[in-house]
Write a protein that binds this ligand. Structure first.
Ligand code: 5RP
Length: 225
């Protein structure tokens, strides 16, 4: 079974949690893609929901499928959000932001009653940090932040899009850091990073997840809070 098939299996199981009348958060990435496709199919068959997109890419995809998109302010609160992850550990802690949407994703997750993460089996880890941790930074401060992160031994690298700096939907930068050998637990690291002015958000999602659905082979493994 390929990773693509595992993403699809996880996505299809997750959409069974979406019911009529719900406000639904739509994640971003190649795993979330299958969830959006499946919700689009259900909407065609009569499911009535309102959705909030975690990125412009997701918003475009959802609109193409006829999924009604509203702003977070219009929705106020979301019943369920389904999103992908770059790494998931057994405590339901995540690294997210490989697709650059971490800021909106974290805001949407914070404003959701029940957060579901979907992923293929390669995303499951015993310790977070093989994947470089994305940090969203304000362009005014990015170069100074990079210097500070260097002095912390985190080997920061500004994300590029070809020869240009990568820009998020909020026109911010992304700096990817290596936390594998950081001498701090994820929670302390999150606190330390958030104290540096100009780091708007980190890709550490430590407490927001309620359910993880991992596609493994032809079935799924589910972890609950
Ligand atoms: C985007 C994300 C994605 O959920 C994460 O990068 C996983 O993406 P994929 O499903 O393509 O592996 O956090 O910001």
């Amino acid at each position: 079974m390929s990773a693509v098939e595992e993403k699809k299996i996880a996505a299809l199981e997750a959409v069974t949690y979406v019911k009529n009348g719900m406000n639904v958060g739509l994640g971003t990435g190649s795993t979330a893609y299958f969830m959006i496709e499946a919700i689009g199919e259900k909407v065609k068959q009569g499911l009535t929901i309102k959705a909030v997109a975690t990125s412009l890419e997701t918003e475009k995809h959802a609109k193409q499928l006829g999924i009604p998109i509203v702003t977070l302010a219009e929705a106020q609160r979301l019943d369920v959000t389904i999103d992908g992850a770059d790494e998931v550990d057994d405590q339901l802690q995540l690294i997210k932001g490989g697709g650059g949407a971490l800021l909106r994703e974290k805001i949407v997750a914070y404003n959701t009653d029940f957060n579901i993460i979907i992923a293929d089996a390669s995303k499951r880890v015993s310790k977070l940090g093989k994947f470089k941790l994305p940090l969203e930074t304000i362009p005014f401060a990015t170069q100074l932040i990079i210097k500070e992160l260097e002095s912390m031994g985190l080997s920061p690298k500004q994300r590029k899009n070809g020869s240009d700096n990568y820009k998020t939907d909020e026109s911010n930068d992304i700096v990817d850091v290596d936390i594998w050998n950081a001498d701090m637990n994820p929670s302390d690291l999150e606190q330390t990073l958030k104290q540096i002015p100009g780091i708007v958000e980190t890709g550490l999602f430590l407490h927001s997840t309620d359910l993880v659905i991992i596609g493994e082979g032809e079935s799924t493994i589910v972890f609950e809070k």
